[in-house]
Structure formats: C-alpha cells, structure tokens
Ligand binder design. Structure first.
Ligand SMILES: NC(=O)C1=CN([C@@H]2O[C@H](COP(=O)(O)OP(=O)(O)OC[C@H]3O[C@@H](n4cnc5c(N)ncnc54)[C@H](O)[C@@H]3O)[C@@H](O)[C@H]2O)[C@H](O)CC1
Ligand SMILES: [K+]
Length: 222
C-alpha cells in the first residue's frame, strides 16, 4: 500500500527537491499537467481517437492548481483539441509558476483565455465530447468554497450534463471544495469522473476512492 502524504508532507517533499536543485517548481507543474493529460487519454481512449477534436473547458483558480490547468490546456490544444480556460482571479496575481504556465498558454495560437465571469454552459453546447477540468483549488484549499468558485463548478456540471455520454469531469489533484487532509463530506458534492493527484495520495483520496471516485496518482519525478 503506497504511503499517504498530508498536504504539508507533500509540500515538504516538493520544497526539498527544489532546494536540492533537482527540479524547479515550473518543471513539476509541467510534469503535473502532462500527467493529467496522460491520465485523461488512458482513461478515455475514445477521446484520444475522436474524429472530431474534443473540447476542454478548464476552470483555473488563483494558485498553482490553476497553473496545472494552464499546462493541461496548452497540451490538449497542441493535440488539436478545442480548449477554453476560465480564470478565477487575474493573471497578474498568479504565483510565479502559475503565471508562467498561463503566459505559455496565452502564447498558444488561438488560445481562448477568458475570465471566470465568461463561463456559461452554452459555451460547450456545440461540442458533443470533451472534458471539464477543475483546476480551481488543490492542496492549498481551506473551506469554505467561495461562491464564485461554487458557481463555476455548478456550470461545469451543466456542461457535462448537456452531453452526458460525451463529457467527462476531471479534478486536478483534489476536487475543489474538499480539504486535502480530511475525509470528504458524505454524500460527496456533485461528482467528478476522475481525480488525478501527484506523487502520493493525500488523506482525502482514500475516502474518494472508497466512495467510487477513480483516483490516478501521476508520477512527477519527486
Ligand atoms: N505539491 C506539489 O508537488 C505540486 C503541486 N502543484 C499544484 O499546486 C497546487 C497547490 O497550489 P497552491 O498555490 O499552494 O494552492 P491552490 O492552487 O490549491 O489554491 C490557490 C490559492 O487559493 C487560496 N485559497 C485557499 N482556500 C481558499 C478559500 N476557501 N477561499 C479563497 N481562496 C482560498 C490560497 O491562497 C491558495 O494559495 C497543488 O494542488 C497542485 O495542483 C504543482 O503544480 C505540481 C507539484
Ligand atoms: K482541483
């Protein structure tokens, strides 16, 4: 049974690797984003093989979880997907690694990088298959969930419900609104179809799996 790390232990592992010069925060973010994309394509091969490029709606939060979302957006767009990101906050206030990831995404030709207030379920009605990606909050989250974030997650559920056969809901690291180090409330808030975390599971993941939520642990070289 792989060990479970608390959020503080995870940060310590990350910090030690960065301070030892083995890796940068931005490289970890890039590996995290690549791990999320790999998990999506392995979980739903039909999306990878779709004749019509799938869509991705990426909800990006104010921190490095949001930064992971920008890496995922850029990598899916590079595979020909139709991608739009919605940022809760402003690029200027992102932490450095997330800002760099946002700028790399913004430099992508045709990148649709929108504010959170622009998110509407109608955005995706002409797209029959894709993923809604929750990159709002990860291990840095402490309840309660801000109303603006809750509204984005509710819209994401509407998008996925519009084409239930084709749209999947993916949470980066942790479904936003849940604390990393505590068991989630029962019943869970509106679900997600896949959670992709990094390096090791945190306490919340064991409980999510016990409630039937698939959890993939992506190796990010730590
Ligand atoms: N740990 C690793 O090895 C890696 C982590 N990555 C990703 O980074 C996030 C953690 O990022 P962080 O910036 O610390 O926090 P979040 O993005 O989870 O949260 C953003 C920000 O939001 C603020 N906040 C927290 N709770 C609330 C609240 N209730 N209301 C409003 N605002 C809130 C708080 O200030 C946070 O800083 C991790 O999950 C991974 O996705 C790396 O990319 C890869 C390696
Ligand atoms: K998340």
């Amino acid at each position: 049974m792989a060990e479970i790390l608390t959020s503080a232990q995870m940060r310590a592992v990350e910090r030690a690797a960065i301070e030892a010069g083995r890796v940068s925060g931005l490289a970890l973010m890039e590996r995290a984003g690549a791990g999320v994309v790999a998990a999506i394509l392995e979980t739903w091969p039909a999306l990878a093989a779709a004749a019509v490029p799938p869509c991705a709606v990426v909800l990006c939060g104010p921190g490095n979880n949001g930064g992971d979302g920008f890496v995922v957006a850029r990598r899916l767009a590079a595979r020909g997907w139709r991608v739009a990101t919605y940022l809760l906050g402003t690029p200027e206030r992102l932490p450095p690694d997330a800002r760099a990831a946002a700028e790399a995404w913004l430099a992508t030709p045709g990148a649709r990088a929108l504010p959170a207030t622009a998110l509407a379920a109608a955005d995706a009605q002409d797209c029959r298959a894709g993923v809604v990606i929750d990159a709002l909050y990860g291990i840095g989250f402490h309840p309660p969930l801000p109303a603006a974030a809750a509204q984005m997650l509710a819209t994401a559920q509407e998008i996925a419900r519009a084409h239930p056969a084709g749209w999947k809901r993916v949470a980066i690291d942790i479904p936003s609104g849940l604390a990393a180090d505590a068991p989630p409330p029962a019943p869970l808030p509106p679900g997600c179809d896949l959670v992709v975390t990094f390096h090791r599971e945190k306490p919340v993941h064991a409980a999510l799996r016990a409630q039937g939520v698939p959890v993939v642990v992506a190796d990010i070289g730590l």
